[in-house]
Design a protein around this ligand. Structure first.
Ligand code: DGY
Length: 322
């Protein structure tokens, strides 16, 4: 494909924007970094040969109807449930993502949330910054010990396994997991015990961390019934996708104390977070920071570039999802 028109929907780290612009002469960057919205995205699909969106761009089926100039969608991110990939494929568009390069950063953030919610660090920081700290006392902000507690993982893909290693090696945590796709034994994590159902994990884990893709059958995987299967002393961590958890049911469980707490990085309908959730002290809430390290964001950009370059050269892109 000679000199494709390329639209990038959000700002990228300068290094990778520069690399993109040096490889392709007609790149349209989003200078003010505002979301393009449905109209802007539809325009991009009509005007560009390649569009490079990310998780904050919703690309439902209707955006692909009526024909598109775009033949390549290179998602900046591993999760692609914001793109109707079947509709994109029907419109003749190749879709790629960025697996692998954000595994360690995201597992680090899941561990961060687990520690933060167990050790009540959000509450402590709010209290101190608000001028409310009255000094050390034996009963002040007492949380839960992490070392040696059981870590339950739902979805043992790359990120789930990276978190399992952190828990097992760093915190001596027994690890149990459920994975609906993983039929084989996992020689890379021989100390992790595979269980047949999500419920079995929920019933024995002290910390439950979600690592399944969003959308489809995983929508509200953690509903009221499953939340009720968790121990009242257990914590839920979600760095996967917001729709994997039924937010209303979670708010009810946290309010009633039927689970001890939650550490969340992703939300249904983000960036709008329900007031009821924001008010809860036993919820640690981060703004979708899973992959937010300099090194990882540069690696993600480079992988989008590799995919685009392969497509333009007529080769199979390395991370094609549709
Ligand atoms: C992804 O890549 O899917 C993340 O959610 C963005 O960091």
């Amino acid at each position: 494909m000679p000199d494709p028109v390329v639209v990038v929907t959000r700002r990228w780290p300068a290094e990778v924007e520069d690399e993109l612009c040096s490889r392709f002469p007609d790149v349209r960057l989003n200078a003010d970094d505002r979301p393009l919205g449905p109209e802007g995205l539809r325009r991009a699909l009509c005007e560009a040969d390649a569009v490079l969106p990310t998780v904050s761009d919703q690309l439902p089926a209707e955006l692909f109807s009526g024909g598109t100039r775009t033949r390549f969608l290179g998602n900046f991110g591993v999760g692609f449930n914001h793109i109707d990939v079947a509709a994109a494929a029907r419109a003749g568009i190749v879709v790629t993502n960025t697996p692998g390069v954000l595994t360690e950063a995201t597992a680090d953030l899941a561990m961060t949330l687990l520690l933060m919610v167990a050790r009540r660090t959000g509450e402590g920081e709010r209290e101190l910054r608000g001028g409310g700290w009255g000094g050390w006392r034996p009963t002040h902000l007492v949380g839960a010990e992490v070392s040696g507690k059981t870590l339950g993982i739902i979805g043992m893909g790359r990120i789930g396994a990276a978190l399992a290693r952190r828990g097992h090696c760093g915190f001596q945590m027994p690890v149990v997991y459920h994975d609906s796709h993983d039929q084989a034994e996992r020689p890379d994590i021989p100390w992790a015990r595979k269980l047949d159902t999500v419920e079995e994990v929920l019933e024995i884990a002290d910390f439950v961390s979600l690592h399944v893709p969003g959308g489809g059958p995983n929508t509200h995987l953690m509903d009221a019934e499953r939340l009720a299967r968790m121990k009242p002393t257990a914590y839920l961590v979600n760095t996967a996708r917001g729709d994997v958890v039924d937010t209303l049911a979670l708010v009810e469980a946290l309010t009633a104390g039927t689970i001890a707490g939650a550490g969340l990085d992703v939300y249904e309908g983000e960036p709008d977070i329900p007031e009821d959730l924001r008010r809860l002290d036993n919820a640690v809430l981060l703004p979708h920071l899973g992959s937010a390290t300099r090194e990882t964001r540069i690696a993600m950009g480079r992988l989008v570039l590799d995919n685009l370059q392969a497509f333009v050269d007529g080769r199979e892109p390395p991370c094609r999802v549709a």
